[in-house]
Write a protein that binds this ligand. Sequence first.
Ligand SMILES: C[S@@+](CC[C@H](N)C(=O)[O-])C[C@H]1O[C@@H](n2cnc3c(N)ncnc32)[C@H](O)[C@@H]1O
Length: 255
Amino acid sequence: MASPRASTPLPELPEKNSGYREVQYWDQRYQGAADSAPYEWFGDFSSFRDLLEPELRPEDRILVLGCGNSALSYELFLGGFPDVTSVDYSSVVVDAMRARYAHVPKLRWETMDVRALGFPSESFNVVLEKGTLDALLTGEQDPWIVSSEGVHTVDQVLSEVSRVLVPGGRFISMTSAAPHFRARHYAQTRYGWSLRHATYGSGFHFHFYLMHKGGELSVAQLALGAQILSPPRPPTPPCFLSDSDHEEFLSAIQL
Ligand SMILES: C[S@@+](CC[C@H](N)C(=O)[O-])C[C@H]1O[C@@H](n2cnc3c(N)ncnc32)[C@H](O)[C@@H]1O
């Protein structure tokens, strides 16, 4: 799910995909991050700037969730959006970002778990996340049916996002997860927002979800949200092989 930005050596991968949920993995991965090139998951600022900028105002208080080693917060500052607070639960990367951007005291960096944000309610106009919910959902066995634990984890984050957003605030989520997997998490009335979707990137497309606090979900989105724990599976492809073909491996392929 990664897209390295510069020609730096590739970081060590976790032994199992679920390792991406562990702070120990990230702490280890971010050793030396202050002196290494930024690493961008799901594209850098230039790849989604056209979608993001119309949603931002220069005076906005912006919160970046799970900032990692990305240059996004700095690029927002350079782009004319200076009030940026970035959080990550890896104290290693937070210290590294503080050191890398020490020349920009306006940027704030905090070690914090996005499931329990330590900010008062209604303290931000914009909350951004890129790849952080994806990391929290690794280890799920089936993208069509997210476990109740996975649903609960995402709900913890989204409830916190909704709480810290002002009325009229925006939540923007950038991910590789297509709408049939991700939109149902966002399409919940309790967060009090509307939902829009776009794609960005050339070749392989990433997904840009925009939630407006105070907006409403459509009837179709509400129906989607209601299927959060029991989404309909895609239809099983028809099997055209006769029993006598003995090609069971082919009929087992789920397209
Ligand atoms: C896939 S990386 C994305 C990094 C960065 N946002 C980017 O776009 O390149 C996921 C990041 O989320 C952080 N993270 C994962 N779970 C978190 C949690 N519960 N609270 C705070 N940060 C978390 C990780 O430490 C890691 O930096």
